[in-house]
Write a protein that binds this ligand. Structure first.
Ligand code: BGC
Length: 748
């Protein structure tokens, strides 16, 4: 009896202790959170004649004047605390602790909220990350952005954006933080997979396609990371120096294009630009983005370490600190009260947030949203289509591919990555699809009982060689995975998940050895590469007859791969990143940098062409199972005015025996420029489909103003009145392009 009573007392004591600790923690979290002060939004009564969100009419699209007026009316109702509350994420201490610890296991499983105001019924921003799909729950995993860039297919990208928009809405979100358009300055960048490529024009066009799809569903899209965020290991510290010309012509045009295309939001990057953190950078945010470009949306910080000095960031134009009020909140209120931050600064930020919230929550929906949309059959099929259109056939000697299903009775599949669910890194863009089809599964399912598929990871080299020798064909899957590259998150408990920049641009030595050992034994050896950007392969490239770049092809990648290898799908992807012969052909990249780095004017194909390097595979390159012939390049005029346009057309004929899709590219060359210019720049592209023997005429419009250079002395864009070239063809390689010239003539 005594013993029982003692146990009871101990248990009671324990319960009391737990209650005290939990209450103290909650109280601490509540009071200690910098967002809360005594006139807290949650305890202030609404009042009868207060103008609230529900007073704004719904069911029709409001004009921008109406949106402005309603935003101003809401603002007029708000206390300073409420205003500042709009300007940071709603993540409290408890959630914050969860985010950086437990949730790292499934980060962003539910939307991350910012600026919910129950009194005025203002909805929060409900954030989901991307870009390879929706990070929430178990959504469709598309090929990574770098792969989708290689499709050069704006219609496809719009449909991917559309599916992403639907899946976000179906899971309670209204914000997509996944339009990553950092220019790939160097293929070693750990997050290369998240962007679309190395060319500003292509980045801008792809960004607009994504955001149009996403925003159709009343989901705000966010272009990130603004700006110059192209090195990973020291991303939160690095200072990037850049000349004004390089900034304007190389690193910013795609952000401007996204703004012109109506992007709702922009996320600042972690790094510094010319000394100031991007999130506190008045030149980038206030002067260029908001004043010069007329951006009316809001700027969100990158998460946790996007700003350090709240007042400075607010004045510079950073509207929303995510995911919690670490530098804003109480500190910003105090800065406003002391006069260190003008009230108008806060009002401007809040108006920007309110405008977007009003626009996106009152516009009628185009469809109902429920969870059956998430990873639905049409979306999975879209993921497969995207994978099929983005793989790039780099080499196909003697037309080894496509394989003939009726002749392949034994197939050897070699390489550890053949059996791995390899869909990208383990950083914030990680999507958790309901399943992933690996290359091995895809091939096995495709061949079914028609052929014997044997697998060897490569660990047993003798067995791999034996299989390769006797098989009708060999597929070696080699390349990169999350262990080699990815967003750098040093807090990840498992070191393999931490990502970072690539240590070198080659395959792993064991993969090179596997290829070199196996290829001589079987001329029907195909190397399938995975990874987020260029791979150096001079040491083995000529030893195999077929090479296919599959990138990180998403949840349906294995199925798409089998369909390409056996010719059900004709490859049509083209590189959006130059594959150099060796690292000396690339800009300097030697992370971890200490302090500062200078980003130069040239990189990628502009660098290779300027320096006369021949890359391994040029920008825009990709083979098909059919052949295309280009002819009849026509310019509508030989001269245009500096504000004029030029109509250009060319014929493309499918001269092979299979239907195929071709990415027709237009470049403009500057051979007579007096200022330093690249040899040529991409200024148009279109994907067309042609049956055997079919010919199509492809039309482009070249606008003279898109050929301008930025004159830092007069802070103005200038078009040179000289002869220019128009080049149209199948890749950036001179031999693949037709050319004609025209002149820009002032005063016409
Ligand atoms: C990344 C962003 C991402 C954010 C939120 C940051 O670490 O740099 O790209 O959107 O986290 O997940």
């Amino acid at each position: 009896m005594k013993f029982k009573r003692a146990v009871l007392w101990v248990l009671k004591g324990l319960a009391a202790l737990i209650t005290v600790v939990v209450t103290a923690f909650l109280l601490f979290a509540w009071l200690g959170h910098p967002k809360f002060s005594t006139d807290n939004v949650f305890i202030r009564p609404a009042g009868k004649d207060v103008f609230k969100m529900s007073d704004i009419p719904r069911g029709r699209e409001l004009t921008s004047q109406e949106i402005d007026q309603y935003a101003a009316k809401l603002l007029a109702e708000m206390t300073l605390t409420e205003k500042v509350h709009q300007m940071s994420g709603d993540t409290g201490l408890w959630e914050l602790a969860k985010l950086v610890t437990v949730e790292r296991l499934k980060y962003n499983d539910v939307p991350i909220l910012a600026g919910r105001n129950p009194r005025l019924e203002i909805p929060p921003v409900a954030f989901s990350d991307g870009p390879r799909g929706v990070v929430l729950h178990h959504s469709t995993c598309f090929p990574v952005a770098m792969a989708r860039g290689a499709s050069w297919d704006l219609d496809l990208e719009r449909r991917v954006g559309d599916a992403i928009g639907q899946e976000i809405r179906a899971q309670g979100g209204n914000f997509y933080g996944g339009v990553c358009i950092n220019l790939l300055r160097h293929p070693g960048w750990g997050r290369a997979q998240e962007t679309f490529g190395e060319d500003p024009y292509l980045l801008g066009e792809m960004a607009v396609a994504t955001l149009q799809g996403v925003q159709r569903h009343n989901v705000m899209a966010c272009a990130k990371h603004y700006a110059m965020n192209s090195i990973e290991m020291v991303r939160t510290k690095l200072n990037v120096n850049v000349s004004e010309r390089t900034l304007r012509e190389v690193y910013l045009p795609h952000f401007k294009r996204a703004v012109d295309g109506g992007v709702a939001s922009v996320m600042s990057s972690y790094n510094r630009v010319r000394g100031d953190y991007a999130g506190e950078n008045a030149t980038l945010l206030r002067k260029i983005l908001k004043d010069e470009w007329g951006f009316r949306g809001f700027v969100m910080s990158d998460f946790f370490a996007g700003l350090y000095d709240g007042p400075k960031a607010a004045k510079a134009g950073l509207d929303l600190e995510m995911p919690a009020a670490l530098c804003y909140g109480k500190k910003l209120i105090a800065a406003v009260e002391s006069g260190a931050v003008p009230r108008e600064v806060v009002d401007d930020s809040v108006l920007r947030l309110l405008r977007r919230k009003i626009e996106y929550s009152t516009r009628p929906d185009v469809m109902p949203y429920d969870t059956t949309l998430v990873a639905s059959k049409p979306h999975r099929e879209l993921a497969r289509e995207a994978a099929g259109k983005s793989m790039v056939l780099l080499r196909n000697q003697g037309n080894l591919l496509p394989l003939d299903k009726s002749r392949i009775k034994t197939l050897a599949v070699i390489g550890r990555l053949a059996a791995e669910e390899n869909i990208g890194d383990h950083g914030s863009s990680r999507v958790y699809p309901p399943y992933v089809i690996t290359p091995l599964q895809g091939l096995r399912t495709y061949l079914d009982s028609g052929a014997q598929v044997s697998y060897e990871s490569g660990a047993d080299l003798a067995r791999a060689r034996q299989l390769a020798k006797t098989a009708d064909a060999v597929v070696i899957v080699a390349g990169l995975d999350f262990r080699d590259e990815g967003e750098y998150i040093p807090e990840m408990p498992n070191p393999a998940d931490r990502g970072g920049d690539r240590k070198n641009l080659h395959l792993r030595p064991e993969d090179v050895k596997l290829i070199q050992d196996l290829a001589p034994d079987n001329p029907r050896t195909i190397v399938v590469l995975t990874g987020g950007s260029a791979i150096l392969m001079e040491e083995w490239k000529d030893k195999v007859n077929a090479i296919l770049m599959a990138w990180y092809p998403g949840m349906e990648g294995g199925t798409a791969l089998a369909r390409i290898l056996f010719g059900d799908v004709n490859p049509s992807g083209k590189l959006t990143v130059t594959f150099a012969k060796d690292a000396s052909q690339l800009p300097p990249f030697d992370p971890p940098y200490q302090g500062s780095v200078e980003y130069g004017y040239y990189h990628g194909y502009t660098l290779a062409e300027k320096q006369g390097y021949e890359p391994s595979f040029p920008f825009g390159f990709g083979l098909s199972y059919t052949s295309f012939q280009y002819s009849n390049l026509k310019l509508a005029a030989t001269q245009i005015a500096p504000d004029g346009e030029l109509a250009v057309s060319a014929d493309v004929t499918n001269t092979g025996t299979r239907s195929g899709e071709e990415v027709v590219q237009l470049y403009v060359g500057f051979p007579k420029a007096k200022v330093d210019r690249p040899v040529k720049l991409l200024r148009g592209f279109v994907r067309i489909s042609l049956s055997p023997g079919e010919k199509k005429t492809v039309a482009f419009t070249v606008r003279a103003k898109d050929l301008a250079w930025y004159d830092p002395d007069s802070s103005a864009w200038r078009v040179e009145p000289v002869e220019h070239q128009v080049l149209v063809g199948s890749s950036s390689r001179a031999a693949d392009l037709l050319q004609a010239t025209f002149r820009i003539v002032p005063g016409r």
